[in-house]
Design a protein around this ligand. Structure first.
Ligand code: CP3
Length: 344
């Protein structure tokens, strides 16, 4: 395969770079004053996500300011629930609100297949971004993993441990499997349309993978993500996938080899030196700076950056946070991070 001139794609093809590509989860958003400014022009967050001009602008803002090696589509993992016919809104300061789906009857009231017309603004956003992205910048699309999306669809809001979905999965596994299966199918179609619109790599966010015991983890996290990757690759064999099973802990090495993804995202709690020995050297690793050390800045930030660079030197690595950037993070600390990365 021809080597891309984009650092992100080179690493996703298994190349180790002396200065790894960098992007940050949630790199577009509230820590940027230019984001807050345009966000205020839309009546709601979901309207913002569905307005291509605004979503494209939000995607590009962090690229212009920091020169990251990849842009991530500005949207949310919960638009898939919206496109399945569930009512979704975002309350300022409180997070997502959905009309809960907790049994077969409620699931049957949703659409069988994702309403792609509803997601048209997302594909238009991708087209707009693609046209104005610098030639060296990769473009990442995404979806939520079925387990993580289902956990919000069942509870109807965020919770500390996704207990509502875990309970439903034990009590009514037939319903929960049907919900997961519907999300697998919807995610394959959604990601494949993203690729057709101009996305170059996809990340699958399994933010709540860490709360499940082994058997449930296999059934609700591992298998559905494998199915999505297989389904996407059947349609688009060369598109690289980054899996981010947050909280997977000791399961990370086995997961990296079994999911079929080109890269595995490491969360903040994973020791990079340990992970280096667990994960097959052909699989790229992404991560895993603590968002709190980026918020804190100073010598602690420099030290944490150096440790991650050292641990992953000589292997394919995409520098990132271990979870999303926090809204109070000072711009100056992101600049400090970029300086530290470019030092050599
Ligand atoms: O990374 C990026 O810059 C791209 C945009 C993006 C958003 N959400 C924008 C957003 C991405 C990739 C997501 C993913 C997402 N959304 C996840 C997985 C990653 C993770 O953080 O674990 C999850 C679980 C969600 C669901 C969600 N969306 C929650 C729980 C919340 C409320 C909490 C919060 O951060 O406010 C959202 C809202 C949301 N998604 C905002 C943004 C910028 C804030 C709303 C606003 O700006 O008004």
């Amino acid at each position: 395969m021809m080597m891309s001139d984009k650092r992100l794609l080179q690493v996703l093809q298994g190349k180790a770079l002396s200065r790894p590509p960098v992007w940050l989860m949630r790199q577009a958003g509230r820590y940027l004053s230019e984001y807050r400014e345009i966000r205020a022009t839309a009546p709601s967050f979901i309207d913002f996500c569905y307005t291509p001009k605004l979503a494209a602008e939000a995607t590009l803002q962090p690229i212009r300011r920091f020169g990251f090696d990849a842009a991530i589509l500005f949207s949310d993992i919960l638009v898939i629930a919206d496109a399945l016919g569930q009512k979704v809104s975002f309350e300022t300061g409180e997070g997502p609100r959905l009309d809960p789906v907790q049994n077969m009857t409620e699931l049957n009231a949703l659409h069988e297949a994702v309403d792609l017309a509803r997601l048209n603004p997302v594909f238009e956003t991708i087209d707009l971004v693609r046209k104005s992205l610098p030639s060296q910048t990769g473009f990442i699309g995404f979806c939520g993993a079925p387990w993580t999306v289902a956990s919000y669809m069942v509870a109807g809001h965020g919770t500390p441990d996704q207990a509502p979905a875990r309970l439903v999965a034990y009590r009514d596994p037939v319903f929960f499997q049907a919900l997961i299966d519907r999300l697998v199918k919807a995610s394959i179609v959604y990601l494949s349309r993203q690729v057709e619109a101009g996305i170059e790599a996809v990340q699958i966010f399994d933010s709540w993978a860490g709360v499940l015991p082994k058997h449930e983890f296999e059934r609700w996290c591992v298998v559905p993500v494998q199915q999505i990757i297989q389904g996407l690759k059947a349609l688009h064999p060369t598109v690289p996938v980054i899996a981010f099973p947050r909280g997977a802990g000791g399961r990370i090495g086995e997961l990296a080899s079994s999911l079929g993804a080109e890269a595995i995202g490491l969360d903040t709690a994973v020791d990079p030196y340990w992970a280096r020995d667990q994960i097959d050297g052909k699989i790229a690793v992404q991560g895993n700076l603590d968002p709190l050390v980026l918020l804190a800045g100073g010598a602690a930030l420099d030290r944490a950056v150096d440790t991650i660079l050292e641990a992953f030197s000589g292997r394919p690595h995409i520098f990132n946070l271990g979870h999303g950037i926090l809204p109070p993070t000072p711009i100056a600390h992101v600049e400090q991070l970029m300086k530290r990365l470019y030092r050599n």
